[in-house]
Design a protein around this ligand. Structure first.
Ligand code: ADE
Ligand code: ZN
Length: 351
């Protein structure tokens, strides 16, 4: 091959990151709502927005912290009213995920953002379930749903949401497999939701929670010990506590890390300062995810590429580990995980 057509090893690494099969485990489906779709749905549903144009809305995406983002994120979600809206939103995500070689996705959704506006939980779940089925048929992506409780609301409100969700959980047992905890972290420790998580555990639901994004390592401890979660969403602040790192590594508790989100929400000033490479060095089961891709400047492959470009310590071996971790950490069956890991091995063997 003429030298000008040869890919440099750096370009080969970027190609590998983009083409390797992977799972996405930390994506808020409402955070995949692009401004264009927000405006189209606002018009279709007669919802008025505080922004005059797509450009004005996009220009407002300059966040100083988690709360400044959440204010705009909840405003964006206000255009979602009908089953078709949830279906379209999720299909738009799956289309992009398929292009990024995502073979499996576990989607968070925030029912309280919708039920508070009078949208029944069944409308939300049915739209999302239909999209999950269509995504498998159209793109070959498998997917699961995780219902998140908003931690700025009360535990009583979470119990009420769980009650409302029970018929949907019953109807879609193999799809709606777990619960999570999101929204404003500071001042809302995991233990606030101890009882509702205990109930979810009794119901056989899988458990995850956001912890250690803006909140202290103590929130990661209590997510593990009080809520008994199986995965920590974000968790990047664990490095402040060596005993916690040792526990997470020994128990292989997965961390669903979201690098572009962390920079946009000022958890790290720059990607070059991100601790993803450090987390891997410490032997933690870290994964790369997009969080709220429409708001944070990129879907999963953009997270991989931008982070590897910013952190030269990251190599093809780390790419393999991150993809493998994503399968290991998923809530799919062991058979399915093994199949994905073999496909990943084959991809790296030929690359
Ligand atoms: N809801 C949507 N994105 C979130 C994030 N990054 N942290 C907490 N809650 C969220
Ligand atoms: Zn999140």
């Amino acid at each position: 091959m003429p030298p000008e057509l040869e890919q440099s090893s750096h370009e080969r690494l970027l190609t590998l990151l983009c083409d390797m099969p992977k799972a996405e485990l930390h994506i808020h489906i409402e955070g995949s709502l692009e401004p264009e779709l927000i405006f189209a749905l606002a018009q279709r549903n007669g919802v008025s927005l505080a922004y005059p144009s797509v450009g004005a809305l996009r220009a407002a995406y300059a966040f100083s912290d988690l709360q400044s983002f959440l204010d705009i994120y909840y405003a964006g979600a206000s255009v979602l009213l009908h089953e078709a809206d949830f279906y379209e939103m999720a299909m738009a995500y799956f289309r992009r995920a398929a292009a990024d070689h995502v073979v499996h996705a576990e989607l968070f959704f925030d029912p309280q953002t919708h039920t508070e506006r009078g949208v029944p939980i069944e409308v939300v779940v049915n739209g999302l379930v239909r999209a999950c089925e269509a995504a498998e048929a159209e793109f070959g992506i498998t997917s699961l749903l995780i219902l998140c409780f908003l931690r700025h609301l009360s535990e009583e409100a979470a119990f009420d949401t769980l009650d409302q969700a029970l018929p949907s959980i019953e109807a879609h047992r193999d799809r709606l497999v777990g619960v999570g905890l999101d929204s404003s972290e500071r001042g809302h420790p995991p233990e606030k939701f101890a009882r509702v998580y205990a109930r979810c555990r009794e119901l056989g639901l899988r458990l995850v929670a956001h912890a250690g994004e803006e909140g202290p390592p103590a929130y990661i401890w209590s997510a593990l010990d009080v809520l008994k979660v199986e995965r920590i969403d974000h968790g990047v602040r664990c490095v402040e506590d060596p005993a916690l790192v040792a526990r997470l590594a020994a128990e292989r508790v997965p961390l669903t890390v979201c690098p572009l989100s962390n920079v946009k929400l000022r958890v790290f000033d720059t990607l070059a300062q991100h601790n993803l490479a450090r987390l891997l060095e410490l032997g933690l089961c870290a994964t790369v995810n997009s969080d709220d891709p429409a708001y944070f400047g990129g879907y999963i492959n953009q997270n991989f590429v931008a982070t590897f470009e910013a952190l030269p310590a990251l190599t093809a071996a780390h790419a393999y580990t991150l993809a493998r971790n994503s399968f290991e950490a998923s809530f799919a069956s062991t058979t399915q995980k093994t199949r994905w890991m073999h496909a990943l091995d084959a991809h790296f063997a030929q690359g």
